[in-house]
Design a protein. Sequence first.
Length: 581
Amino acid sequence: MENMSGNPVSAPTPAEETTRSNFIWDAIEEDLKEGRYTEVHTRFPPEPNGYMHIGHCKALIMDFLTAEKHGDKCNLRFDDTNPAKEDTEFVEAIKRDIHWLGFHWTGGLYYASDYYDKCYEIAEDWIRRGLAYVDELSKEEMREYRGTLTEPGKNSPWRDRPWEESLDLFRRMRDGEFAEGTKTLRAKIDMTSPNVVMRDPALYRILYKEHWRTGNKWCIYPMYDFAHPIGDALEGVTHSLCSLEYEIHRPLYDWVVEHAQNMLPGHPRQIEFARLNITQTVMSKRYLRQLVEGGYVSGWDDPRMPTLSAMRRRGYTPQAIRSFVDQIGMSKADSTVDFAFLEHCVRDDLGEKAPRVMAVLRPLKVTLTNWPEDRVEEIELENHPAHPEMGTRKVTFGREIYVEQEDFMENPPKKYFRLFPGNEVRLKGAYIIRCDECVKDAEGNVVELKCSVDLSSQSGTPGADRKVKGTLHWIGAKDAIPFEARLYEPLLQEELPEESEGEDAGDKVLDKKDFISRLAPDSLTVLHGFMEPLGKEAEVGDTFQFLRNGYFCKDPDSTDALPVFNRTVGLKDSFAKIKNS
């Protein structure tokens, strides 16, 4: 596995997993014990109509870990049943993300389009057996005939047409004789069923779109609820794990498999679990596509996006994401996880592995008036205070340095222990300095501090243990490297209404104007500061803790002249405070 610069990075292995038992694994163990299945074979079925986001990780990790736990197989099968929105770019991105998380499709790589011929064969068989018919209701009429949650539906006037007529019409649909929306193949189940999904669901629709794999071979495409169980059964999947919005679809899943059993080799079981919802996070590819196509973000991997490629670019680690999913656990009850908990998991992982460096985001020049102009010292600093095996580095200390603007106040409040006229602070790993004077520009802004150094106070030397209350990070002007820092906040000012990713997800969708109005105007802040020379030497994807500023990852936009670093996460752990309060 590789990072963004192509260098190998470690990934979690099955032995490292701490995933606790859950109701899904308990059900599978019972199936094995009772002899309903002799092996465990799962699948992960993403639709290639966008990049994978953090909301997909719960299903992805559960599918692959379940197979790993039993030493069996997990397939990757792309649900490419809607050619209007699918692209090979998304296929390759999904593959990269799965590998980045440390998983491999040990059961094989498949596509729903691999089974178009079999789906068509089953559809014709059902027409002959009186289990399907060609309907001519419009979309609006079909919705009207469908009924409501409290009122039964009513039969289409085309429901009882002779099977020979339906078969002829279906073949002519395949041959391209009819316009989109004029004819649909529907299963003949029960229009009075209390489950609206079972009220003669659509199996095929006419769609004149070239498919990225099958070209123009087809102008009719199977619906997900029809193609998905067929694909599972053909691939030998034993347990089809899916999110909770498909619970109502489970009777149809079983109906499809049962009535096609004479043409399928297996009978998989569907088990549902609650989706992953996170506060202030966009969880719909419909909305994410709007952000990308509308230019509100720089692309699918913009670090403000919740996609895995964006999180990788921002500096999130696969270990942190897997830990996050592990700790929230599996349940059947919908809930929403605070975004602060995801940040907590990222911070917890990076805290142990990210080297420490100094960087000043909003520089304020400091001149040390009693330091000789030609005197330069090298100061040795540890790369990680808890891991001496990570070694040390040297930084240059001279007459001119930079500190953070926020580390100086001319008229500070009580208990402010940083720089102000007459106060002393220690510079990290170096000397104690006292602020003597502040220099202002014509508008009254402080542009420079004049400070004096206690030359006997260098850290680590005899007699240098004099205590002061404040310690600041700093950058020596002699070897300071200009860099760009990008600071990110959540994209949303408020939560969006929940919506599913399924075919019936349109009822709760906001219009574009309403959605865009909820975007936070300050989700990205760009700063230009100075950092240690290590910033120029680092490779894209390398992550550091900038002392007192947070964790930062080097971005692909970096150049030799200007390194760019994304703030992965701040140092303040709001979730830990909530948890311990």
